[in-house]
Design a binder for this molecule. Structure first.
Ligand code: GLN
Length: 559
């Protein structure tokens, strides 16, 4: 018992709140601090505490909330968990994301079971106790637990969370719990100065809740001057060195940790939490950032979907392209194309200039025909194609219609009448009534077939990738699809589910039923994305050299 207790770590907690307005990048700030502590040799994890009442974001529209990020254990979580995983290079799980909905659900469940008998159940202490219990989930297993509190200081909804971290900081002591406020210092063009007043107000609000921030990260367009820094320090009751520049980064969010270190962020944290400084190793990370900022090549990929007005709906895919680009020394420009605007007639025009296309995940029938028209075009014109989840399903429908001559082929999701449902509801899904948390979710193993693009990319016989869908390739059509040249290059271990499809006689045409983007990490990337970008680049280079060749010929003729 004693030896087990000896192994437990004395966990330190860092709470990150946001002031003034949303979208300041608390997720990136939390992920960056996590990376820096990890690179100083500390075992670190990050949690997101979300103040909304949904149990999870799974039932929210991407326009409301951006992408839903799925963990290995099948939790549908906030997209900030994607940042945490990409920066930390580690897999998190359902305990890393808590919502008000989950907290109340649990407290009400306990109340019904009679566990509070005799008591009035209240926000303080019952809700706050449940929040504190969740913050403690990783106690003893990590040196640092970073907790990002969603929303903005002053929101009614985040009050119980702020009260919980106030109590927590008091109970643990300031050497064990640290508070960071990420705030905004706007630049006012007309007067040509940075304004500190909104930050002072956010600080005041936080103090009203009993929380004194130890560090302020100030998001600014330009560096804080000496005077501005000392003014913020004075009004917010912190030392000047605790006012950190959160300058806008020009090129890439992956530069944020490097920027923080210029302001000695981790030294400050470690001193306040009485931890040894340890050596900081950022070499690999700096090289990764350098490759992103100074690529040798450039390609443009079209991302075809229907949530194109809000780039956060495809956050992990866009990030996976950055990672794969850095490995291929290539800047990947991602152009979002709304599939509702694409038809068989205009497809060549809309896709003109794209070096490859990715058809993304999605739900519902809107925009499906535009996706199918795009896939037909890139299949016939040998343009690299990557289909993810719904993207694979559309590729199968297109192939069944145009190659196997099943003209009414469709998915049961979009057409309840056709007999040729090449994509159909899984057996277990047919009984499901509730929408929340009931899809095929989380990591599942997949066996790769030798001598396929998938196998070449992963260089492994067996992989594990994350899922979020209800429909699958209908096995009744598998043989027909294969006879016509579709390769099922990844299958579930019992061979019952098709996980990856690809085509022969095409430079790169591959679809996955899972979401490979969810496991793409900074520095290392994801094998399929890396392979796809490699083929996109190859095509672009060969076309360029062909065009140059043609130009030379023309010049010769003119001469
Ligand atoms: N709507 C499809 C399904 O549920 C695809 C889902 C997705 O793209 N994630 O199977």
């Amino acid at each position: 018992m004693a030896s087990k207790a000896h192994k437990l770590k004395q966990t330190k907690y860092i709470f990150i709140t946001g002031g003034v307005l949303s979208s300041l990048g608390k997720g990136i700030a939390s992920a960056s601090i996590g990376l820096l502590l990890k690179q100083r040799g500390y075992k670190t994890t990050i949690m997101k505490l979300d103040p909304y009442i949904n149990v999870d974001p799974g039932t929210m529209n991407p326009f409301q909330h951006g992408e839903v990020y799925v963990t290995d254990d099948g939790a549908e979580t906030d997209l900030d968990l994607g940042h945490y995983e990409r920066f930390l290079g580690e897999s998190l799980n359902k305990t890393n994301n808590t919502t008000t909905g989950q907290v109340y659900y649990e407290v009400i469940r306990k109340e019904r079971r009679g566990l509070y008998l005799g008591k009035t159940v209240q926000v303080i202490p019952h809700i706050t106790d449940e929040i504190k219990k969740r913050i403690l989930t990783h106690e003893g297993q990590f040196d640092f637990v970073i907790c990002e509190i969603g929303g903005t200081v002053g929101d009614i909804e985040s009050l119980p969370f702020l009260e919980a971290i106030r109590q927590f900081t008091l109970e643990r002591g300031v050497q064990n719990a640290l508070n960071i406020l990420l705030t905004y210092v706007p630049y006012i063009k007309s007067s040509g100065e940075l304004k500190t007043k909104p930050t002072q107000h956010s600080f005041k609000t936080l103090m009203e809740y009993g929380i004194q921030p130890d560090i302020l990260i100030c998001r600014t367009e330009t560096k804080l001057s000496k005077e501005e820094r000392s003014k913020i320090a004075l009004f917010c009751n912190v030392s000047e060195e605790a006012v950190i520049d959160g300058l806008d980064v020009e090129n890439t969010i992956y530069e944020v940790p490097l920027l923080y270190e210029k302001s000695s962020m981790t030294e400050l944290i470690l001193k306040k939490l009485r931890m040894p400084l340890n050596h900081l190793n950022l070499k690999t990370w700096s090289n990764f950032v350098h490759r992103i900022k100074h690529p040798k090549n450039e390609v443009t990929v079209g991302l075809i979907g229907k949530y194109t007005k809000y780039r956060d709906s495809y956050k992990s895919i866009i990030e996976a392209f950055i990672h794969a680009g850095s490995i291929n020394n290539t800047r990947v420009n991602v152009e979002l194309k709304n599939s509702e605007d694409i038809t068989g007639e205009n497809v060549a025009e809309v896709l003109q200039g794209l070096d490859g296309i990715l058809v993304g995940p999605g739900f519902g029938s809107r925009g499906i025909e535009g996706k199918i028209a795009s896939i037909k075009y890139v299949r016939e014109n040998k343009i690299p194609f990557f289909g993810i989840c719904l993207g694979l399903q559309c590729a199968v429908i297109e192939f069944a219609r145009n190659v196997c001559n099943l003209t009414d082929a469709n998915s049961y999701e979009f057409d309840k009448i056709t007999k040729n449902t090449v994509i159909d509801l899984m057996e277990e899904q047919k009984k499901i009534k509730n929408k929340g948390g009931t899809m095929r979710l989380g990591a599942y193993p997949c066996i790769l077939i030798n001598s396929t693009k998938a196998h070449d990319a992963y260089k492994q016989d067996s992989i594990s990738e994350r899922h979020r869908h209800r429909y699958e390739v209908n096995n009744n059509f598998r043989e027909l699809l294969q006879q016509n040249g579709m390769i099922m290059s990844g299958l579930s271990p019992d061979q019952k589910l098709v996980e990856i499809i690809e085509l022969k006689n095409h430079p790169w045409f591959l679809g996955t039923q899972f979401h490979p983007e969810l496991k793409s990490r900074a520095v290392t990337g994801q094998p399929l994305f890396i392979s796809f970008i490699k083929s996109v680049l190859k095509r672009k280079k060969s076309r360029n050299s062909r065009n140059n060749g043609n130009k030379k010929e023309q010049i010769t003729v003119i001469n």
